[in-house]
Design a protein around this ligand. Structure first.
Ligand SMILES: [Zn+2]
Ligand SMILES: [Zn+2]
Length: 342
């Protein structure tokens, strides 16, 4: 079969012929129909510092997908051939302390699909049955593939109640944009989205942002205070991974408010804990992975019910072989979500 493989410890990847994977007794084989590119895939493509420490070639990459089960192992009973599935990308151990206590998103032994286990950017992939998610028939393939990052947004937005709250969203990459739609669907009364990329700010308006602000051109703090009658926002959702943006969020958050952080920072942060956290009595939530499978249920309902229409975010659809075009678009930021048709 053909697949996108990270073959060497340098920048780039190859679209090459590889053996079709074989299954064990608790595995299934899935024919991929649609996949989507994540920031993680771009970091692997670029051979960024994170990838150099975390990734061992050769490996088929990709973890966001939808496909149909073609064959199941002898002891598989959760899915059958023909089922249309996606998967939780954290392949959990199901036995550690965290898995046993309802925190499998921080499993101590998890393997990451497309990093530690051959991924979805190929014609077929093999997965253990316990990570599979059966898709709602009302959700088209182009939406089903984005459920994994959409789930990140669900957990970031819904770490606490958001209805009628004032919200500042920092970072309008695909996950920040999903979060905008979710916050709007859940009845946030004011949504301000901040991002230096005007292309993505325009999408945030389509997703329900009341105010879209470019921090290179406008003063976000001033704008947010003005829009909240000097109270500051109730909720900050941090997706940018930018130290400056985070500090801006902490300044603008109203005392007693909360911040959920999904962004990943390249360096150690410089935060004034006393002034911006403790004496303001704000609550900070670190968000990673997804709740298995409660987040997936919420995600599927947001998408199948029409509560959130992600189509403005899905800006590009390319054949799998043109993945390099997709990587380029992602790096330039001239896109929302880029989808690959397998
Ligand atoms: Zn992802
Ligand atoms: Zn575990």
């Amino acid at each position: 079969m053909k697949a996108i493989v990270k073959t060497k410890r340098t920048k780039g990847m190859e679209f090459i012929e590889v053996p079709t994977p074989k299954i064990g007794i608790r595995d299934v084989i899935i024919k991929v129909s649609v996949a989507s590119i994540c920031g993680t895939d771009v970091h692997i493509y670029d051979w960024a510092r994170w990838a150099q420490h975390r990734f061992t070639p050769p490996r088929i990459i990709g973890h966001e997908f939808v496909g149909s089960v073609t064959k199941v192992g002898a002891e598989v009973n959760l899915v059958k051939a023909g089922d249309r599935v996606s998967a939780e990308s954290h392949l959990t151990c199901r036995h550690c302390y965290q898995c046993s206590n309802g925190y499998s998103e921080v499993c101590r032994n998890f393997k990451l699909l497309g990093v530690d286990h051959d991924g979805a950017f190929g014609e077929y992939l093999v997965l253990p049955e316990h990570v599979l998610w059966k898709n709602d028939e009302k959700i088209p393939d182009e939406w089903a593939t984005i459920q994994e990052p959409f789930g990140n947004a669900v957990d970031t937005v819904l770490a606490e109640d958001i209805s009628a709250k004032t919200v500042l969203i920092l970072g309008a990459g695909p996950i920040g944009l999903f979060a905008t739609g979710i916050a709007r669907a859940c009845g946030a009364s004011l949504i301000i989205v901040s991002d230096p990329n005007d292309y993505r700010l325009a999408i945030s308006k389509k997703m329900g942002a009341h105010i879209a602000v470019n921090p290179k051109k406008q003063d976000v703090t001033h704008l947010a205070l003005e829009a909240t009658k000097n109270n500051g926002v109730d909720v900050v959702l941090e997706f940018s991974g930018n130290n400056q943006a985070l500090n801006q969020g902490l300044k603008v958050i109203t005392p007693g408010g909360r911040i959920s952080i999904l962004g990943i920072y390249e360096r150690r942060l410089n935060i004034d804990l006393n002034k911006d956290v403790i004496f303001k009595k704000i609550r900070i939530y670190g968000i990673t992975g997804r709740k298995v499978f409660s987040t997936w249920y919420k995600t599927a309902r947001f998408l199948s019910s029409g509560l959130v229409d992600p189509s403005p975010i899905i800006t590009h659809q390319l054949p799998l072989k043109d993945y390099e075009k997709g990587m380029k678009l992602m790096k330039e930021g001239k896109c929302g979500k880029v989808i690959l048709k397998v």
